[in-house]
Design a protein around this ligand. Structure first.
Ligand code: P6P
Length: 333
């Protein structure tokens, strides 16, 4: 490919800015800074095995999970980048108990708030399995120039102006939507640019992959148990072509299913009545991408993006992926 056929993330965002009559480059800047922080985090993730950055940071985050040093690093990098953008007045992050609001005048004038999981799947860091960043962007509802308020973050997923994820895997990709389809960019480290590699991603209506932690089978609700058996059933004369694929890293499992077709389920269990995944910075952004790519995302009954949030770390059961597969899993309710 000639170097002049490359479409970089910044170029793509800028040309698409026209889709946002009210955005005078603000969203463009915000997405640019998210891309910048992703490159910095990517560098550390790629070296994680070499640099003494592995191992517990000695703290536990609000989820009670051991904070790995890379979690802490990623959280700090995205907070710095979002503040520097001047377009973000506050952040809800998995790694902090409360929302972060910026006092600097430029940041307080920002028109957007961001919900982010800086490094999801971080228990996989030490074993070199793909991990990811997940983000969701809303226009603030509070007055510009004032401190961001909690209600700026407790907006339904349908109010998102943009959402995306970065997958730090065999290659590093940024996949995002602003409501006009889904596009994927692969990081070319030799030029330090995210380059358009997966334009207009559409997920297959049906697929052959189901992703769920079957170790929790005994605790699953009946419909989920029935769906797993449905996927495993032997049809006469040919067996069902389903495969079970579960990495234990939402971004990695979702990204594979998005491209190939499949379903990811993290249901409520007897242990976790609301499931494990968080609505604001995992389910809503992934749901936005799933729907924009032609897929579906629910809590087993209700469209995820219609759920009215009550708290920033709220958990919710999550079914997402190919539309026919989500419908089948729900039909067994
Ligand atoms: P389990 C990672 O901690 C995460 O939030 C998702 O990335 C992943 O899909 C899920 O939890 C794995 O949870 O209980 O199956 O280990």
């Amino acid at each position: 490919m000639s170097s002049y056929n490359i479409i970089t993330l910044n170029e793509f965002i800028s040309t698409r800015q026209a889709n946002f009559p009210y955005a005078k480059g603000e969203l463009t800047r915000l997405l640019h800074y998210i891309g910048l922080a992703s490159k910095i985090v990517n560098k550390k993730v790629n070296k994680a095995g070499l640099v003494d950055i592995l191992g517990e940071a000695g703290n536990t985050n609000v989820q009670g999970e051991d904070q790995k040093k890379l979690d802490v690093f990623a959280d700090e990098e995205f907070i710095k980048a979002l503040k520097a953008s001047g377009e973000c007045c506050g952040i809800a992050t998995e790694e902090q108990d409360e929302i972060i609001t910026f006092d600097e005048e430029m940041a307080r004038d920002g028109n957007y708030v961001v919900c982010i999981d800086p490094l999801d799947g971080s228990s996989n860091i030490d074993v070199n399995v793909s991990i990811g960043t997940i983000f969701s962007i809303y226009r603030r509802k509070s007055k510009r120039g004032e401190r961001a308020q909690l209600y700026d973050f407790l907006q339904k997923g349908t109010e998102q102006v943009a959402a995306g994820y970065v997958i730090y895997g065999s290659s590093t990709m940024l996949v995002y939507t602003t409501g006009h389809g889904v596009n994927g960019f692969t990081l070319d480290a030799t030029i330090g640019e995210f380059c358009l590699s997966h334009p207009n991603i559409k997920t297959p209506k049906a697929g052959k992959i189901y992703s769920i932690n079957e170790g929790n089978y005994a605790h699953f609700p009946d419909n989920v148990k029935k769906y797993i058996k449905y996927c495993q059933e032997i049809d006469k004369p040919t067996s069902r072509p389903y495969s079970s694929r579960y990495i234990g890293s939402l971004v990695a499992d979702f990204h594979r299913n998005l491209l190939k077709g499949g379903i990811y389920i993290y249901p409520q269990t007897a242990k976790d009545r609301n499931g494990k995944l968080r609505l604001l910075y995992e389910c809503n952004p992934i749901a936005y991408i799933a729907e924009q790519a032609g897929g579906k995302a629910t809590d087993g009954n209700t469209r995820i993006m219609e759920v009215e949030p009550e708290s920033i770390h709220q958990r919710i059961p999550f079914y997402t992926g190919s539309e026919d597969m989500v419908n089948k899993a729900e039909s067994l309710n």
